[in-house]
Each structure stands twice: as C-alpha cells, then as structure tokens.
Design a binder for this molecule. Structure first.
Ligand SMILES: N[C@@H](CCC(=O)N[C@@H](CS)C(=O)NCC(=O)O)C(=O)O
Length: 213
C-alpha cells in the first residue's frame, strides 16, 4: 500500500494524486497541513520522514521519498496501467521538458517559503509578491504555449491520453487561476487543462474534491 503525505491545496501533491488516479492505484492519504501558522511540514516528525520538509512524499514498504516528478516516474515504472510518459524517446524528452518548465522554473519561485522570504527579508508588500508570482507564471506559460503549438493539435500533447506534461500543467493552471493570472494569451494551455480536467482521474485529484485537512 502506498501512503501519500498530502495537502489538499499543494500543487505538487496534486500532481501525484493525478498520477495515482490515472493508474487506478489505491493509496492512503496522510494529511500534512502546510498552511502558514500551522506548518506541520516543519515538525520534527515530518522532517524525520522527509528532510526537505515539503509535500508530497510517499511511503512504500517503510521507505519514504519526496519530489513529485521522481515519484510520478516511479509510479509509472512500477504500477501497471496507462503510460504516464510517451513511448518515443524524443517525445519523452519533450514531455519531461514541458513538465520541468513548471516544476523547475515556475513552481519553486512561487512556493510558500520563497514568498515568505520575499516578505520577511526583502520587505516585499502584497502587491510586490503578487507581481513576482504573476511574472514567473507568465514567463513560463509563454514558453509552454510555444512548445505546445509546435506539437500536433489534439486534446492532449502526446497522443490521445494525458502524460506527465498535463499532470504537471493542470495544478499549475489551478494556481494561476487562484491568483487571478490572465490566461487569455495561452489558449492551447487552457484547452489542455480543460480536456484533462474532464477526466475522472483529474477531477478526483482536484483540490476542491479533497478533505480540507
Ligand atoms: N519540487 C518539489 C516541490 C514540493 C513543494 O515545494 N511543496 C510545497 C507545496 S506545493 C510545500 O510543501 N511547501 C512548504 C514550504 O514551502 O514550506 C516537488 O515537486 O515535490
């Protein structure tokens, strides 16, 4: 049995919930409330499980690992079901590159802890933090929209089913909407998000469908 250390609003955890659902895998959810002021991820107990003190992490047979993209690749390699990466090596590279634009170059800059540092150590007010947040999404989404336009048209980027590209895109689009980022310049990304969210695996993983613990 897989145990998922999860927070309903965490977009990195949302990625892993989608991947598990696409495989039809059962898992036990362990809530870790990362809401500022609650900060369960900073507890000594959670630190002993995941030294990075972030969600998600998974526990399997007494072993714990963090990092959502590594977890998704492990899920793909070990759990039967639809492939989460394209078969063709170049398409795999493209799918990973698409996911990395978000996971490496947008999300880390907009996470709770860097935003807290902006406020605490650099005197940023809420308008400045919001500008920072929007800016990194707009830059990354501009690149992704171009990358997506170069791939064949269709509801998904790599064939007739979602891959790691959509698994990582949908939670980032949710973050963008939550912070009122104007998505009108990104019609292909919006269409990919809509097609993916129509699937049960995505719907069941959505923050609004999780316990708020
Ligand atoms: N690169 C990591 C990012 C994980 C991450 O930053 N998680 C956020 C929630 S989306 C978190 O736990 N933040 C708590 C904090 O910044 O203290 C992954 O993909 O798993």
């Amino acid at each position: 049995m897989i145990r998922l250390y999860d927070y309903w609003r965490s977009s990195a955890a949302y990625r892993v919930r989608i991947a598990l659902n696409l495989k039809g895998a059962e898992y036990e959810r362990v809530p870790v409330n990362i809401l500022p002021g609650t900060d369960e991820q900073l507890s000594e107990y959670y630190k002993s499980l995941n030294p990075q003190m972030r969600v998600p992490a998974i526990e399997v047979d007494g072993r714990v690992a963090g990092q959502s993209l590594a977890i998704i690749e492990w899920i793909d390699e070990t759990i039967p079901g639809p492939a989460l990466l394209p078969k063709d090596p170049w398409a795999r590279l493209q799918a990973r590159a698409f996911a990395d634009v978000i996971a490496c170059d947008i999300h880390p800059l907009n996470n709770l802890s860097p935003l807290a540092v902006l406020r605490r150590d650099f005197g940023a007010d809420e308008a400045a933090v919001s500008r920072w947040y929007h800016d990194w999404i707009l830059r990354g989404f501009a690149a992704l929209e171009t990358m997506a336009a170069e791939l064949p048209a269709g509801p998904f980027l790599f064939g007739d089913a979602p891959t790691i590209a959509e698994i990582v895109l949908v939670p980032q689009v949710a973050n963008a909407r939550r912070f009122n980022v104007d998505l009108s310049a990104f019609p292909r990304l919006v269409a990919l998000d809509e097609a993916s969210r129509a699937l049960d695996a995505f719907r069941q993983a959505a923050p609004e469908n999780q316990p708020k613990d």
